[in-house]
Design a protein around this ligand. Structure first.
Ligand code: DAH
Length: 337
């Protein structure tokens, strides 16, 4: 075997190398137990005695030289890899855009409704979710024996406590009237709580928007005009409205307000239960007793009030069939709005 030919072969093998694994392959090929160097060493005993020493020295030089070359190549490969790793941060690559979120459908309805009332000069006010029994009931002319005051219909904070989770947004009427003088035009969005079993149309927590106006000469005509502007802004100009007599302790007279069914336009379908009408809110002229509770003179002031369920408006407006979908935080649902 020609030592010079082997040197050339080594140079070729090392030149093409691209990886540490390949480098190991070359190391084994030459320095392994059955490698070329071992084979060369094995031929020494069969050489003529005069050549053995010089051949042995050449093999040794070859081995030392090869070790140095392998070492050098290994360092070069490591340096090259580091460079390659650095290059994987490609500053020319398009960035990963963060996904843009948007408002929850309930928040959207609240903003939309409040904006409509702001246009008419209303101010938006919020109240606490923990209320006193007085603000939630007594101040609103709801008598002690009224079933809604029962522990089965209201979340009291503790037995015999006069604090509760408000069951409607109407108590904010009491708060605002106690601290401000008329004229008032207020809308109140917020969460309310009732111990209802959860199903497609009930939840123990939901949202309401309360509204009320108080001044010297407020009439039922003001209530009708205001609510008509609101309903047409949300559901479209071509809906009709009707005021159905009803009872609420805090208003007299009281009415429930229906709009013509947005699906069948009044003909009767499964959404409106074949009635042609959809109930959207409760309303009425503020009861004189409410004014007495807040220290307003009922012979001087009149006012109207209304309250609506935000989920109900959202279900109708977006065609959602189950209230629970609004609270499950499933992005596949929420992304549709
Ligand atoms: N507070 C009522 C409820 O939760 C809704 C309501 C009805 C509010 C009539 C009003 C009103 O201000 O006048 O069912």
């Amino acid at each position: 075997m020609d030592i010079e030919a082997i040197k050339t072969q080594i140079a070729c093998d090392l030149n093409d190398l691209k990886s540490i694994q390949a480098l190991e392959g070359v190391r084994v090929k030459y320095l392994g137990r059955k490698g070329l160097i071992a084979q060369l060493t094995g031929t020494i005993p069969s050489l003529p005695a005069a050549e053995r020493a010089s051949f042995g020295r050449q093999v040794n030089e070859l081995k030392t030289g090869l070790l140095a070359l392998l070492d050098e190549k290994q360092k070069a490969l490591a340096a090259w890899r580091e460079g390659a790793d650095a290059d994987t941060i490609d500053i020319g690559m398009p960035g990963i855009a963060p996904e843009l979120g948007h408002l929850h459908p309930i928040t959207k309805i609240i903003s939309e409704v409040c904006a409509i009332f702001r246009q008419m000069g209303f101010s938006v006010v919020e109240g606490p979710e923990i209320e006193t029994e007085f603000n939630n009931f007594t101040g609103l002319n709801i008598p002690l024996e009224h079933p809604s005051r029962d522990v089965f219909d209201t979340f009291y904070l503790a037995t015999k406590s006069t604090l509760l989770l408000r069951s409607h947004t109407s108590p904010v009427q009491i708060r605002v009237m106690k601290s401000h003088k008329p004229p008032l035009a207020i809308v109140v969005p917020g969460r309310v709580y009732r111990p209802d079993a959860v199903d497609a149309s009930h939840s123990f927590m939901f949202h309401q928007i309360e509204g009320f106006v108080v001044d010297a000469d407020i009439t039922f005509a003001d209530l009708k005009g205001t609510l008509e502007f609101f309903a047409k802004s949300v559901f479209g100009k071509d809906i009709s409205m009707r005021f159905r007599p009803h009872f609420f302790p805090f208003t007299e007279p009281s009415a429930e307000v229906d709009i013509s069914c947005i699906l069948c336009k009044g003909k009767g379908c499964s959404l409106c239960g074949r009635k042609g009408w959809l109930e959207i809110l409760g309303s009425g002229m503020i009861h004189p007793n409410v004014f007495r509770h807040v220290g307003y003179d009922p012979s001087r002031y009149t006012g109207f009030a209304f309250g609506m369920g935000v989920e109900r408006i959202a279900l109708l407006k977006y065609g959602i069939e189950d209230i629970r979908l609004l609270f499950e935080n499933d992005l596949r649902f929420l992304k549709q709005f």
